[in-house]
Design a protein around this ligand. Structure first.
Ligand SMILES: Nc1ncnc2c1ncn2[C@@H]1O[C@H](COP(=O)(O)OP(=O)(O)OP(=O)(O)O)[C@@H](O)[C@H]1O
Ligand SMILES: [Mg+2]
Length: 234
C-alpha cells in the first residue's frame, strides 16, 4: 500500500534520513522504533510531505505520490497524527473533529460524532469541552479520533504514548488495535514504548541515526537482544 523507496530527507543542509526503504502492505501494522533524534518523525513527515525536503520515491498503491502536496495525500487515504497533536485549544472536541472533514478520503463518507464515540468511548463525556481543557491522554485520543473521522486507509501515528500514564497507555493500545482492525486500515506507528508497539503492530523497523538498522517480526526482534543493545540503549 505504501512503498518508501530509497528516501533521503533534509532540513536545509542537514541530511537526516539516509536511503530508507519501508514497505507497508494493505492493512499491515508496522512499527518504527528508535532513540530520540533517530529520524522517526522525519520519516512520517516525509510520507505526508509535511516538512522536510525529500528525495527518492514514495508510492501509494503502486503509483508515485512523490510530487503530491500533503492535502492530496490525505485525500488518497493517508492521515498523520503528529507528535504535538495540534488540537485547537479554543474549539470544542466536537469542533476539532468536524474541522478535519475537509481531509476526508475521496469517495468515503466522514464518520459522524456518534460513530466516533462508538469507536472511542473515552471522548463521549468530553465532547463539549474545549481542546485546552482536556488532559494529555484525552488530547491524544481526540487527535486520533480526528484522523479516523476522515476514513483513512493508512494511519501514521507519531509517539502516541508520549507523556501518558501507564493505565492510559494500555487503554490506548486496545483502542488503536481495535480501530485499525475495524476500519481495515494500515498503521505505521513511531514509538519509543516497545510494549505499546508490540501490542499494536506485527512487524518492526529499528531506526538508528537516520538509517534502518533492522526489520523483521517482533519474534525475530526478541530473538536478537543485541539489536536492542546496539540501537536502542541510551
Ligand atoms: N525542523 C527541523 N529542522 C532541523 N532539524 C530537525 C528538524 N526536525 C528534526 N530535526 C533533526 O532531525 C533529526 C531527526 O529528528 P526526528 O524528529 O525525526 O527524530 P525522532 O526519531 O522523531 O526523535 P524523537 O523520538 O525525539 O521524537 C534530529 O537530529 C533532529 O534534531
Ligand atoms: Mg519524533
Amino acid at each position: 500500500m505504501i512503498d518508501v523507496r530509497n528516501i533521503n530527507a533534509f532540513y536545509g543542509g542537514s541530511h537526516v534520513l539516509h536511503d530508507i526503504d519501508i514497505n507497508i502492505p494493505t492493512r499491515a501494522r508496522v512499527a518504527v522504533i528508535g532513540r530520540n533524534g533517530a529520524g522517526k518523525s522525519t520519516l512520517l513527515k516525509s510520507i505526508m510531505n509535511a516538512g522536510p525536503r525529500t528525495e527518492g520515491d514514495i508510492r501509494w498503491e503502486g503509483a508515485s505520490i512523490s510530487r503530491l502536496p500533503a492535502y492530496k495525500r490525505a485525500r488518497l487515504g493517508i492521515q498523520l497524527v503528529p507528535e504535538d497533536r495540534r488540537i485547537y485549544q479554543h474549539l470544542t472536541v466536537v469542533e476539532n473533529i468536524l474541522m478535519s472533514s475537509s481531509a476526508t478520503v475521496t469517495g468515503r463518507t466522514p464518520l459522524d460524532i456518534s460513530e466516533m464515540v462508538a469507536r472511542f468511548p473515552m471522548i463521549g463525556p468530553i465532547l463539549e469541552r474545549r481542546g485546552g481543557q482536556i488532559s494529555g491522554g484525552q488530547q491524544q485520543m481526540v487527535a486520533i479520533a480526528r484522523a479516523i473521522a476522515c476514513r483513512p486507509r493508512a494511519l501514521l501515528l507519531d509517539e502516541p504514548t508520549e507523556g501518558l500514564a501507564p493505565a492510559i497507555v494500555e487503554k490506548l493500545a486496545d483502542d488503536v488495535r481495535a480501530v485499525a482492525e475495524r476500519e481495515d486500515m494500515a498503521l505505521l506507528l513511531c514509538e519509543q514504548n516497545i510494549w505499546f508497539a508490540k501490542k499494536t503492530t506485527d512487524r518492526v523497523y529499528v531506526m538508528d541515526a537516520g538509517r534502518i538498522a533492522f526489520s523483521g517480526s517482533w519474534a525475530e526482534f526478541d530473538a536478537q537482544p543485541e539489536i536492542k543493545q546496539r540501537h536502542l540503549a541510551v
